[in-house]
Design a protein around this ligand. Structure first.
Ligand code: MG
Length: 243
């Protein structure tokens, strides 16, 4: 059974089709730290805490209404069918930390297992997926720049365990309609490097070649892909003031 697609466009730099089933699987690396009930990286003093386990005041539904995901036992769980949620505030260059857990009870396979995602600036998805012993097309693996770049390695912990993402994001710069400097991202998953200053081809798409459309700062968006993925300890540092 094919893991992906062969009828999609070919990405400009890798020579693979978008979501190519034959693109090599990222090698598996077992992270050093097991999931824990304690927060893994508590926020530093200059962080904006976007979710501290208690409420959704920093988040809205896509229509601007109340975010309807479930806050329970200190975590935030996707309420399937209620749609993505995004931050009230907009951001440019950031350091983002979040902890997430795929559903302990495993259902489905490939993209159909523990799928969510974090979109930087509302447009650029770093994939969240339960890829623990669950192959899928490489550019859709956990931590992939979805549809563009597979992670260097697969550092997934088993479903149900808390895992960390640490994302260093530099927003694209535009000069009128032109891209003056594309977006770049560095991603660590459970402390393991997945992307080192990766240059994005553009906004995330499905089965298409990504491209840039000029935009300003944007919210952070979490994806409702129909699976009850949980989040906790979400915080962000604005880097604009330091860079
Ligand atoms: Mg996703």
């Amino acid at each position: 059974m094919s893991l992906g697609y062969k009828d999609t466009p070919i990405l400009p730099d890798s020579g693979y089709h978008v979501h190519d089933g034959d693109r090599p699987q990222p090698p598996v690396v077992t992270p050093g730290a097991p999931g824990t009930s304690e927060l893994i990286t508590p926020p530093p003093s200059d962080a904006i805490v976007l979710f501290d386990g208690t409420d959704l005041r920093h988040w809205r539904a896509l229509d601007g209404g109340e975010a309807r995901w479930r806050v329970e036992n200190g975590s935030l769980q996707v309420e399937p069918g209620t749609g993505d949620i995004r931050t009230v505030e907009s951001f440019g260059d950031i350091q983002l930390h979040l902890e997430w857990a795929a559903p302990a009870e495993v259902h489905g396979e490939g993209q159909g297992r523990g799928n969510s995602g974090v979109f930087l600036m509302d447009r650029y998805e770093i994939q969240i997926l339960d890829c623990f012993q669950n192959p899928t097309y490489a550019d859709g693996t956990t931590g992939a720049v979805y549809g563009q770049y597979p992670p260097m390695v697969n550092a997934c912990l088993p479903p149900g365990q808390w895992q960390t993402f640490d994302i260093l994001w530099q927003a694209p710069r535009f000069d009128g309609e032109q891209v003056a400097r594309p977006a770049t991202v560095t991603v660590l998953h459970n402390g393991v490097l997945l992307h080192l200053h990766r240059t994005l081809l553009g906004a995330t798409g499905y089965r298409c070649i990504p491209g840039y459309t000029p935009h300003g700062n944007g919210p952070i968006r979490l994806q409702d892909h129909g699976h009850p993925v949980r989040f906790r300890n979400i915080w962000v540092r604005r880097l604009d003031t330091y860079l």
